[in-house]
Design a protein around this ligand. Structure first.
Ligand SMILES: Cc1ncc(COP(=O)(O)O)c(C=O)c1O
Length: 411
């Protein structure tokens, strides 16, 4: 029997499967709000790991427009890529490995973190080869126990840096450190780290170092600890409009607006009988006859598999939880007995092409990235940062001069 196919349905979005909208006006507003919290300090926009998944270059440029005078990355490769793309001004990077491109860093005018004698040796050699002065920042381990120079080794590093400075190979532009527990207000390590930082800065300055900037504050410290602001604050997560930790309050309470909205389009809607297993392992079985919606995004796109059975999605104006396991490319939501298959008289009419919003600023009642972090039992940093390259970023309000709906798509 020949059947006429139904008329095409669904959305008109240029990225029907999935997209991450990046609202650069929100990012600018967050930068301004963070600057107001640290009015006597410069602000470094931290855009490592592709701008926490938001896109390093557009975010770095937007942050500059809103008054961030520094840009920060972890790896030298990230910093060099930004410089090569034309990002002006100060760019600092801090995660160096022996054999990394120090000379390119010198030639690109990066501010390069030095945590130990091996790094000082490599950067001075690169500066000599390049015939230029390398800008370096000495990093102290004030208690994080990760990167940075131990207090016991600080005098040796400071002395060697001063020798290199006298020889004209380096200029020490900064003294800096990083907190371990700034996202736990009142944690005893915070006061200890601040005290150690003050002592190590004082030691270096007495020895003859004249740093342009002293800095230790990340987003949580910028938001909660004015005494940690010094000359510069390095903000990452808060700039993207996300609260660093539930203990600090929600993004609304902190005056921040989420920059990323992650959405997909429903790929298939179908009615299934009661007792139907859903997705790998059949960890969800339909309790009644119901409508299932297929959401074409999965852990291959960075949706955490740990949120299987829990992650919230806004479809048809209501939250639905992931039903069963999140797979590599897709997951399923149970739209409910009245939610499904096109009978408007029975409830919301959800069809293929309907928008499914995983997280966003909340204007339409959608979940937040924090909700996903809770569902996946992880930190919200991981939720936004892991959204993968297969999800196109769509930039809103890229032009600071215009407030309209300026949209750029990046595949
Ligand atoms: C050295 C350093 N500074 C600053 C930041 C920014 O931290 P946050 O995203 O909490 O602002 C990070 C990120 O982890 C970092 O590694």
């Amino acid at each position: 029997m020949t059947q006429t196919p139904p008329p095409p349905r669904g959305g008109t979005h240029p990225h029907p499967r999935a997209r991450a909208e990046i609202d650069l006006a929100a990012l600018r507003a967050n930068v301004r709000s963070l600057r107001a919290r640290a009015p006597h300090s410069a602000l470094m926009a931290v855009v490592k790991s592709d701008g926490y998944g938001h896109g390093a270059l557009p975010c770095a440029l937007a942050a500059r427009e809103a008054g961030a005078s520094w840009t920060g990355t972890a790896t030298p490769q990230e910093a060099l890529a930004l410089r090569a793309a034309g990002l002006p001004g100060r760019i600092m990077c801090w995660l160096w490995t022996p054999g990394d491109p120090w000379r390119a860093g010198v030639e690109a005018d990066l501010d390069m973190s030095v945590s130990g004698m091996w790094a000082l040796a490599e950067v001075t050699a690169a500066a000599r080869e390049a015939g230029r002065v390398a800008r370096i920042q000495l990093k102290a381990d004030t208690g994080l126990g990760r990167n940075g120079c131990q207090p016991a080794d600080w005098p040796e590093l400071v002395a060697a840096a001063l020798v290199a400075e006298a020889a004209g190979t380096v200029k020490v532009t900064g003294l800096w450190s990083h907190f371990a527990c700034a996202d736990e207000p009142g944690h005893p390590s915070i006061a200890v780290q601040l005290e150690v930082f003050r002592e190590l800065v004082e030691y270096a300055e007495k020895a003859g170092v004249e740093p342009e900037v002293r800095h230790i504050a990340n987003s949580p410290a910028t938001l909660t600890l004015p005494e940690s602001h010094f000359d510069l604050v390095r903000t990452g997560i808060a700039m993207y409009g996300v609260s660093p930790a539930p203990a600090l309050g929600t993004h609304q309470e902190l005056g921040l607006r989420p920059v990323m909205t992650l959405a997909a389009s429903v790929a298939l809607v179908k009615q299934v009988p009661a007792g139907h297993g859903v997705s790998y392992g059949h960890h969800y079985v339909t309790p009644v006859e119901t409508g299932l919606g297929l959401i074409p995004i999965g852990y291959g796109d960075g949706i955490p598999r740990h949120a299987s059975g829990r992650g919230p999605v806004l479809v048809g104006g209501e939250w639905h939880r992931v039903a069963g396991r999140i797979a590599m490319d897709q997951f399923v939501v149970d739209l409910g007995p009245v939610g499904g298959v096109g009978d408007g008289a029975r409830g919301h009419k959800i069809e293929e092409g309907a928008e499914a919003v995983l997280f966003g600023p909340g204007d339409r009642g959608e979940p937040s990235a924090e909700d996903w972090a809770q569902s996946a039992d992880t930190i919200v940093y991981e939720i936004v940062t892991r959204i993968g390259a297969r999800v196109p970023r769509v930039y809103l309000h890229e032009d600071a001069g215009r407030s309209g709906t300026d949209v750029t798509q990046v595949e």
